[in-house]
Design a protein around this ligand. Structure first.
Ligand code: PLP
Length: 486
């Protein structure tokens, strides 16, 4: 007698959803179905240390792929320029409610399509509150359309004549904080504050001195490559002293604020008048942006669309609501704490092996490795690590001699690996793999024979061996174990 075949285990809801969605897409454009399938397979295999990336939950991803996408909904909840928005109103109010509750904010605006857009909404809200509104009052009109041509020209000049103080790029600030290649640098006269040359830490006295001298309209705090916490109580004191509005861009560390790792002086929400964020980094939501603010700015922030944004993306707001609901669960606090614990384990593992870290360590999700200690540029280190299956990105270090393209640093971040369940022991293995590759890689000469900042050579077999070890580590922590890729 032959035994009956063992019943197949029931497929999970996530797995069924994945297969059905791909099947439907495959019927129209199979190459897109293949690219989606290949992307999840790549993500499953690679050891991802990109500090700004994460893995959103299947529930969050599924909330994005649906019919809400087909709706125009310019305006705000209950005040739309289009009919038939009742379901979008439900979605937007829920996302905003979750955001307010999660962060303890007076007001939340969940429409921005990205972090850049959230920052633009914030800048123009402050300009509208502090430059435009007083001009309308002086002219005794309620609307810009009612200004005389002369008053309108004067207002436009005044809007273009404001100042912003933010963190310098090589100290870890972001391009959208007033730098020339970005629209913010074309809008504002900008000055930046850096970090202490000895310790690499933010020097609040230097920020205060710069603020007193420059007297900005907006003081921006927040970063994308600074491995430490910022004391927002002190930043607010500085802003108040010079009459600036404090804006915090918490795009990178929003998950640590949501998960109550950053509390008290290190939680920006009670201190800043306006806080912006992305939703897809440590917060682990869909790709998008968000603005939180106090009551005084709420009416201006709500004008984001059409002030600087196009129609909202209702399907992405739905996914924001799902991700924010997830972040309100107690498990998220545990996740956030593990992000910083893992960053500290990674930092300790690297330091123990002799690596150089900017500021000597971390207290957030970022470890900034100064690869000059290995005799490499950031570009060489990033490429050598990628050959060995380790995905990172090169980054400037303070006063970087190699500039913003080649750089001298590699930025490492732990939100994504933490989502996969990697812990302290795994992070030590990651430190070992990084150190192995970099200590066995050397710069190579360009074809001309001159030293190159891009070319490098890794000892034979090292990349292959490390890639295998990285794959073994990732196999122990599968991404979306509930999804059978088939
Ligand atoms: N602000 C900060 C601090 C960031 O790190 C980033 C992205 O890296 C942004 C804003 C821009 O976000 P997005 O790419 O969603 O526009």
């Amino acid at each position: 007698m032959t035994a009956a075949p063992a019943p197949r285990p029931a497929e999970s809801a996530e797995s069924l959803a994945y297969r059905s969605a791909l099947g439907v897409i495959r019927g129209i454009e199979p190459r897109i179905a293949d690219a989606i399938g290949a992307e999840i397979a790549d993500q499953r295999e690679s050891l991802k240390l990109i500090a700004s990336e994460n893995y959103a939950s299947p529930a969050t991803l599924l909330a994005m792929g649906n019919w809400l996408s087909d709706k125009y909904a310019e305006g705000t909840v209950g005040h739309r320029f289009y009919a038939g928005c009742r379901n979008v109103d439900t979605v937007e109010s829920l996302a905003a409610e979750h955001a307010r509750e999660l962060f303890g904010a007076a007001h939340a605006y969940v429409q921005p399509h990205s972090g850049i857009d959230a920052n633009l909404v914030a800048f123009w809200s402050v300009l509208a509150q502090r430059v435009e509104a007083p001009a309308l009052d002086r002219a005794a009109v309620r609307n810009v359309n009612d200004l005389t041509e002369e008053d309108w020209a004067a207002l436009r000049r005044a809007l273009g004549d404001q100042r912003m103080l933010g963190m310098s790029l090589d100290a870890g600030g972001h391009l959208t904080h007033g730098f020339r290649p970005n629209i913010s640098g074309k809008m504002f006269e900008q000055r930046s504050y850096g970090t202490d040359p000895e310790t690499g830490l933010l020097d609040y006295d230097a920020v205060r001195a710069a603020a007193r001298e420059f007297r900005p309209l907006i003081l921006v705090a927040g970063y994308s490559a600074y491995p430490r916490r910022v004391n927002f109580r002190i930043m607010r004191e500085i802003a108040d002293e010079v009459g600036a509005t404090l804006m915090v861009d918490m795009a990178h560390f929003a998950g640590l604020v949501a998960g109550k790792v950053f509390t008290g002086d290190f939680d920006p929400v009670p201190h800043a008048q306006i806080v912006t964020t992305t939703t897809h980094k440590s917060l682990r939501g869909p790709r998008g942006g968000m603005v939180l603010c106090d009551d005084s700015l709420a009416e201006y922030v709500d004008r984001g669309c059409p002030m600087v944004l196009g129609g909202p993306l209702p399907h992405v707001m739905a996914a924001k609501a799902v991700a924010l609901a997830e972040a309100r669960q107690p498990a998220f606090q545990d996740y956030a704490q593990r992000i910083t614990d893992n960053a500290q384990s990674l930092a300790e593992g690297l330091l123990r092996r002799g690596a150089r870290l900017v500021t000597g360590g971390t207290d957030n999700h970022i470890v900034l490795l100064d690869v000059a200690g290995y005799g490499l540029t950031g570009r060489q280190a990033e490429s050598a690590l990628l050959d060995a299956g380790i995905v990172t990105n090169r980054n400037s270090v303070p006063r970087d001699p190699n500039g913003a393209w080649y750089t001298s640093g590699v930025r490492l971040g732990t939100p994504a690996l933490t989502t996969r369940g990697v812990g302290a022991e795994g992070m030590d293995e990651v430190a070992e793999l990084i150190h192995t590759v970099l200590s066995r890689t050397a710069p190579a000469a360009a074809a001309s024979g001159k030293p190159s900042k891009a070319k490098y050579v890794t000892e034979d077999g090292v990349a292959r061996e490390v890639a295998q070890r990285a794959a073994d580590l990732m196999a122990k922590h599968p991404l979306y174990p509930e999804i059978d890729l088939g």
